[in-house]
Ligand binder design. Sequence first.
Ligand SMILES: [Zn+2]
Length: 194
Amino acid sequence: MNHTRKGVPTHTLDNLLDAIPNNEPIAAGLKLWLVDRSGRLISPGTFTAAPDAPLMTANCPHGNTPPSRECPCGIHYLPNVERFFLVADHMAKLNPHLPTAVTIGIGIGRTLTDFLPNEKWAGATTLRSDRFLALRCLYADNVPERLAVLLRARSTVPTTRGATETHARRALDEIRAALSRRGDSGARMDKDTP
Ligand SMILES: [Zn+2]
């Protein structure tokens, strides 16, 4: 079944990976989002909306090139699937009705750990890169179907129900397989990710 609204292109995994320049460092990771009433993905940290395209690029108002050791800017994501779901599941218990989603993708370019120890993520090490390419979106079971329809219509990457560790690992396996089809072993990806 194809829920994609006409005119909104949903890219295939192989097409999406073309956005990664050769030789650039990459690290796989997961980003947590809130889903607003119009099906947009909203950052739970900055409350800004995700771009209407798979690639996010960091801005820095401090005059640095993100990520920099001088400021906290950069696109943030968690590289560890298990840790991500510990945090996401804890948040879901505290806010059972808050509709959430996760994008799974690849941080591109120079990567640093977070600027400050991040208490919000239960001590998990957050990474930040100057770009993050979303490749898959999984939304939580508590997202009502009327909202899921809007989310899928907006999304430019394959988007399905079931924000679980099992689905996330499967998506990462698909990403690795797609990378190796391109002749990229995926060895540049963070080894701690599985
Ligand atoms: Zn900055």
